[in-house]
Structure formats: structure tokens, C-alpha cells
Design a protein around this ligand. Structure first.
Ligand code: ZN
Length: 338
């Protein structure tokens, strides 16, 4: 705005660069213009475009069309303008980089890499270099590959016994579920009353049998499973949002099958117990065991449901994993067989 006012009052001229779209006319010429029509006039002179030819002026940077003084005034000095004759079309470097990126992601063709490398050599730009590093990472994406020999990069650091991505992902799910079992059982071991403790450990034995029957719920991360899985058949996982919200408003998603980086990033995703395991489920279970009258029996499947099933688990990215205490929701009576 200040630029605009001062140039109107003082007739300050702005240094600009002009170029044609044709590759052979890639050379840029410097002009100094006092306003838009002056820039068009001087640009045409430099580029040897006859005065009666109508031109379209666009920014070299991103292809934005410049049509008036107002916009011209907002441009930085030495901005490059591309003059297009009727019928000519200009694709900015930025668009080319984005299109190259899309080409590479969709088909990983070598010409995509070649084109982008050439563009980056032409000028130094941190934005474009950043895009290129994303591109290189994207080029390592090999979602469909399943066997070790088809995507060795993905398997770096993983025990040789895992021959497929699915086998390893299944193991990761089982490992998490087992850790829930172990930490809950450890909590029970702290119980002082031997009778209560024995009864509770009996519940854990029953749950262990049930976990075995369900293959420790490896199917949660197994994209090929016909049982309940948390991803689609390509391996895309969507964040289900914080425990107290219906959905993730940040559209978090990840495909750990796609690259080693994504596989490692997957460690930041959690199976969050909506009703907390440590602060709510286990203490209430202990309470139920203590209050139990002679005839009543503890319902191990109710505990199982809360600890290991989707009834009480939400799959969330770490930003959606709220750590604060939640209000108690379990009624001790829920743990008795009726
Ligand atoms: Zn989320």
C-alpha cells in the first residue's frame, strides 16, 4: 500500500525483469517502469514484440496474471514477468515441480526425477530443495510391495524371520496387546490380599487363553486380514480422534507399509484406552473382587473387552492422544456375571 501511494505521488519507478515464454528466449531483460502500462510497453520493446500484439503478463514464480497497477505495486523489485503472446501458455517452475512430484508418486518414473533435478539446478531455492527432499522420500514409497526382497529398505533393522511386511505389522499389533496384558497383570501382583490376588490372577489366566484364541489380535495392523483391522487393504490408518471426540479434526493418517520412515513414524500412534486401563479398569476390577459376595463370579470377558477390544480402544496419532485423567465411568457391578 505504501509502495502504491509513494509511487503515485512521486512517480517512483520499479525495476523489473521481463522474459518470453519460449525456451530460446530464456534471457531476462531489465526494465524500469512507473506503472503497469509502462511495464507492458517497455517489456514489448525489449522482447521485440510488436506494439499491436496483445500480451498476457504473468509472474514467472507461480504463473499469477498481472493485469493492473495495484498488483504490480505489490511486487518486489526485480520480479520477473513473463510476456505471453496470444496462444502461448506458461507453466511456472513451481507447477512443474508439483506435477513432477505427482508423476513420481504415481508411477515413480525416472523422467520425473530428471526434470526436477534440472529445474533445481537452474536456480537456488530452499522451498524447491525442500520439495525435492520430500520427493526423494516419496520415491522410496512402495506401498504394494509385500515381500522382503521387493522392498529391502523397508525391512532395514528388522529380524530376518519376518519375510513380509504384513507378518511384521501383525507382530507389532500383538506386541502392543501383550504389553497391555503384562502391565495390567503387574498391577494385580501388587495386591496385598492373597485371596483376592489369586482370584484376579485366575481372571488373567482365562484372558490369556482368550488372547491365544484371537492370535493376540495381530489382525488389528494386518492389512490382509479378513478380521477386524484398523487399516484398509492398502495399509492406510486413519486417526480416530481424542477419546472424548467423535473424530480427528486434523485428518491424521499414515501408511506404515509404504516406507521405512512411515513404519518408524507409526510408533507415534497409539491404541488409546477410552476408559483408562491403569487408572480405571484395573482399580475397579480389584474393587469388584474385594466387594464380591460368595455367590457372585467375576466376568473375565468384560475385563477382556475393556483391555483388548475396539469397544474400548481408539487408534490415535500422538497429537490426539490426551493424557489427562478421565472421569470414572465403570460401575463395579459390570464386572460380575449376571
Ligand atoms: Zn488425530
Amino acid at each position: 500500500m505504501l509502495n502504491s501511494i509513494t509511487s503515485l505521488i512521486n512517480g517512483i519507478k520499479k525495476p523489473l525483469k521481463v522474459r518470453c515464454v519460449a525456451e530460446e528466449s530464456f534471457r531476462r531483460y531489465g526494465i524500469v517502469a512507473k506503472d503497469y502500462s509502462d511495464a507492458v510497453k517497455k517489456g514489448k520493446e525489449k522482447l521485440k514484440i510488436p506494439n499491436n500484439v496483445k500480451v498476457t503478463v504473468v509472474l514467472e514464480d507461480d504463473g499469477t496474471e498481472v493485469t493492473d497497477n495495484g498488483y504490480l505495486d505489490t511486487l518486489q523489485p526485480h520480479t520477473t514477468l513473463v510476456f505471453l503472446r496470444p496462444g502461448e501458455y506458461f507453466q511456472s517452475d513451481l507447477v512443474k515441480v508439483v506435477e513432477g512430484l505427482q508423476l513420481l508418486i504415481s508411477s515413480i518414473k525416472p523422467e520425473g526425477i530428471k526434470e526436477i533435478t534440472q529445474l533445481l539446478k537452474k536456480e537456488e531455492s530452499y522451498e524447491k530443495l525442500e520439495m525435492f527432499s520430500q520427493l526423494k522420500e516419496a520415491s522410496l514409497i512402495n506401498i504394494d510391495a509385500e515381500k522382503r526382497q521387493d522392498d529391502e529398505d523397508w525391512f532395514q533393522g528388522i529380524d530376518k524371520k519376518y519375510k513380509t511386511k504384513t507378518a511384521y505389522m501383525k507382530y507389532l499389533a500383538q506386541r502392543r496387546i501383550r504389553s497391555y496384558f503384562d502391565s495390567a497383570k503387574d498391577q494385580i501382583q501388587e495386591e496385598k490380599d492373597p485371596k483376592v490376588k489369586a482370584e484376579l490372577l485366575g481372571i488373567f489366566d482365562k484372558m490369556k487363553t482368550e488372547l491365544k484364541k484371537n492370535d493376540q489380535h495381530g489382525h488389528y495392523f494386518d492389512r490382509s486380514s479378513s478380521k477386524q483391522k484398523l487399516c484398509d487393504e492398502k495399509g492406510w490408518f486413519k486417526c480416530e480422534g481424542p477419546f472424548d471426540e467423535d473424530a480427528c479434526d486434523q485428518s491424521h493418517m499414515i501408511n506404515p507399509y509404504s516406507s521405512k520412515l512411515r513404519r518408524l513414524g507409526f510408533m507415534n500412534w497409539n491404541l488409546d484406552h477410552i476408559i483408562e486401563k491403569k487408572r480405571e479398569v484395573i482399580p475397579k476390577l480389584v474393587e469388584a473382587a474385594k466387594k464380591k459376595s460368595g455367590k457372585k463370579q467375576l466376568n473375565h470377558m468384560e475385563v477382556y473387552k475393556l483391555l483388548f477390544t475396539k469397544d474400548n480402544l481408539k487408534f490415535v496419532q500422538y497429537e490426539c492422544h490426551k493424557k489427562e485423567a478421565r472421569s470414572p465411568t465403570i460401575n463395579v457391578d459390570d464386572f460380575y456375571l449376571h
